[in-house]
Design a protein around this ligand. Sequence first.
Ligand code: PXP
Length: 256
Amino acid sequence: MRLYINIDHVATVRQARRTDEPDPVRAAVLAELGGADGITVHLREDRRHIGDRDVRLLAETVRTGLNLEVAATAAMVEIAVEVAPMQATLVPENREEVTTEGGLDLASASVRAGVGRALGRLAAAGTRTALFIDPDLESVERSAALGANAVELHTGEYAGARGDAARERGLTRLKDAAAVGHGLGLAVHAGHGLTYENVAPVAALPCVEELNIGHSVVSRAVLVGMERAVREMRSLVLESPAWVATPGEWVPPIGY
Ligand code: PXP
């Protein structure tokens, strides 16, 4: 299991005053010292937190791996190609939203066409690709058909569930989507809304190999420091039973 730390909200604090602190580049160094396996940033079209300068500097300074989240538009994909991160995750974007609200709508032919073009361009540049999708089997299958290297399953429904039954349902959806993705040859990531309190069951899911966690870690970092916040999240993630891929172990979920 790899733990990627999303440092967007370090930039959110900076942008609250449109000044030069805190610097996400410094936060990335501390996150790595705390044991992050990679750093994630979302360069939004409106540049509300992370900016072009951050991405450029992070590409030069991150020593683990940089995962750049962008919308699947020609302009944003060109920036990703230029920056050449280790991985690009394509996400839907809506200017009105507070945060990314749902996964890519791959049922839409025009979204599929745009994502297909973006994946082709990124693959030609040698960038590993992931698609942020809701944990439903159709979206997983469409991601595989489009040729992505990985899917990142949206954990928001699980994270926001009220009550044990709803949480279990959310977890089962994630588990089934992860198993199908793994069976189709996709690497499976997960993220959104994960916290110190709810991360353990997701970290223990078979077939999931990477978590992306931002807001909760940055929130704790404000109080205890980035290095400690990452170390504490990392130990929760690593305490979950390890899952190691072995060929042929995939068991399709019921009804698949
Ligand atoms: N994954 C994706 C694709 C995201 O857009 C975000 C939020 O920027 C995250 C993971 C992290 O979510 P959170 O900040 O709730 O941990």
